[in-house]
Design a protein around this ligand. Structure first.
Ligand code: UDP
Length: 315
């Protein structure tokens, strides 16, 4: 969202985007669970040109010990972008953006991990972005929840995250790199599909209430498609451990279970239990947003108050 008034053409007159997608189309997604030998759980995810690797360790002892919680465990995510992940070399090490993304990712994951089942411990989640092309916080969070499930960490559900926004005045699902840079608004969002809880909601740029509502609806609908791919990756992973039927030899299992969703064509509607109705979820989100953004008398609520704080302007 570097220049909200950019005249870079991101959508053709026919409604096609620079990468050939329609406005309501996800980038291709590929999810693979259990890719690291030494981690307790792991996931490799490709989302468009993003490439993300996640390793999960734990539950294990918390260091330093004063961070231990006698009543519940903690989830500590660390988001890191490799120096070679972007075209202009990124200075290695945590910057303010990485600290912010690590924090929001930890908080989102703590909403689904049943931390009361392992007090005094930590589950460490290392998110390594190998190639970055917009939406990496969402790709990292989506992959992290699969890696946690791969590690056998008790959870109430997976988390699906994605970011949609506004480009050339049009609402678009799952922004790509140029769209993120030159678009008018970007809304990273994460949902727990089974319960409809929203565990991450940020906004960079400006949207009307109606546009915001439509973007939420788009995100909720697309999240169901990503959720299906996450589940398929885990089913493949665990099917490698399936008991052979009596008298049957164990079939040779692939070393890695690969779930490829993503042809460049559009995704099909998933054959999964429907998440809560979109309008119900969106109404709840809007109520929560309104409740937490009190407007000064005679003033519109300013959802971008902290925009200058974080790089990229997310709140
Ligand atoms: N980016 C970059 N260098 C950086 C940080 C980000 O080139 O130091 C790029 C990267 O491609 C990233 C995109 O800018 O995916 C958008 O970054 P943003 O902060 O909006 O987070 P993201 O969309 O990746 O969650």
């Amino acid at each position: 969202m570097s220049d909200p008034h950019s005249d870079v053409q991101l959508v053709s007159d026919e409604g096609m985007r620079l990468d050939g997608r329609a406005l309501d189309e996800l980038r291709p997604i590929r999810i693979e669970a259990g890719v690291l030998e030494r981690a307790d759980g792991s996931c490799y995810l490709e989302w468009g040109s993003n490439k993300v690797l996640v390793g999960v360790y734990g539950p294990r002892e918390v260091h330093p010990k004063h961070m231990q919680n006698p009543l519940k465990g903690i989830v500590q995510a660390r988001y890191n972008m490799a120096a070679f992940s972007v075209s202009e070399r990124k200075r290695p090490g945590p910057d303010r953006r990485a600290v912010e993304i690590s924090k929001i990712t930890s908080e989102a994951l703590e909403c689904v991990v049943l931390t009361d089942q392992f007090p005094r411990t930590t589950v460490d989640v290392y998110i390594e972005v190998l190639e970055a092309s917009a939406g990496t916080r969402c790709a990292g969070l989506t992959a992290a929840s699969v890696a946690l499930a791969d590690a056998g960490i008790p959870m109430k559900d997976l988390v699906v995250a994605l970011a949609s926004g506004k480009i050339n005045g049009k609402l678009a699902l799952d922004l790509g790199k140029a769209e993120d840079n030159f678009g008018e608004a970007d809304v990273p969002f994460a949902i727990v599909p089974r319960t409809g809880e929203v565990v991450l909601l940020q906004m960079d740029g400006h949207l009307t209430k109606e546009e915001f509502e439509t973007i939420l609806e788009m995100n909720v609908r697309a999240a169901a498609q990503v959720y299906e791919l996450q589940k398929q990756a885990l089913v493949k992973r665990y099917s490698a451990y399936a008991e052979p039927a009596p008298g049957e030899e164990q079939a040779a299992q692939p070393v890695q279970a690969v779930v490829a969703s993503g042809s460049p064509e559009r995704f099909h509607e998933p054959k999964i239990a429907a998440p809560p109705p979109t309008d119900v979820v969106v109404d709840e989100i809007l109520e929560a947003v309104e409740a937490t953004t009190p407007a000064a008398p005679g003033e519109e609520p300013d959802v971008n108050a902290d925009e200058d704080e974080a790089e990229g302007g997310d709140i």
